[in-house]
Design a protein around this ligand. Structure first.
Ligand code: 5GP
Ligand code: ZN
Length: 114
């Protein structure tokens, strides 16, 4: 989708602090961080949300999770822990409709989330 914000970040039309990139995925710092580590891990392929994902996306979605895990380790959160979240739809407060996995770490998290 050409007018999608995160597709523009994938195409480097909008700048972002990129931490990881490969054929399938891109990870970059969230512009409005909610924790010392707040990274977004996205597929390069445009998918609106988890609701749009199909069986053919399973490998890609699994890859996003492993990329987030590796970045959490790189940030030193292996022992202290971290959170990985997909917000899906209005009740979850999804605001950008290109699927993204939030990686949050570096502080104690509350549960349940608000
Ligand atoms: P959502 O609310 O959809 O789960 O998360 C969207 C996230 O994207 C938010 O945490 C927001 O701060 C982040 N975000 C929105 N616009 C930009 C942007 O232009 N650049 C970056 N790096 N993050 C963005
Ligand atoms: Zn997109």
């Amino acid at each position: 989708m050409s007018d999608c914000l995160f597709c523009k970040i994938v195409r480097k039309e909008i700048p972002a602090k990129v931490l990881f990139e490969d054929d399938l995925a891109l990870a970059f710092e969230d512009i409005n961080p909610k924790a010392p580590t707040h990274v977004l891990v996205i597929p390069k392929k445009h998918l609106e949300s988890l609701e749009e994902a199909g069986r053919e996306d399973r490998e890609c979605l699994g890859h996003l999770v492993m990329v987030a895990r590796d970045l959490a380790r790189r940030r030193g959160h292996r022992q202290s822990g971290y959170r990985t979240v997909f917000n899906t739809g209005p009740d979850a407060g999804q605001s950008v409709f290109h699927i993204h996995l939030h990686l949050l770490g570096g502080r104690q998290m509350a549960w349940p989330p608000g």
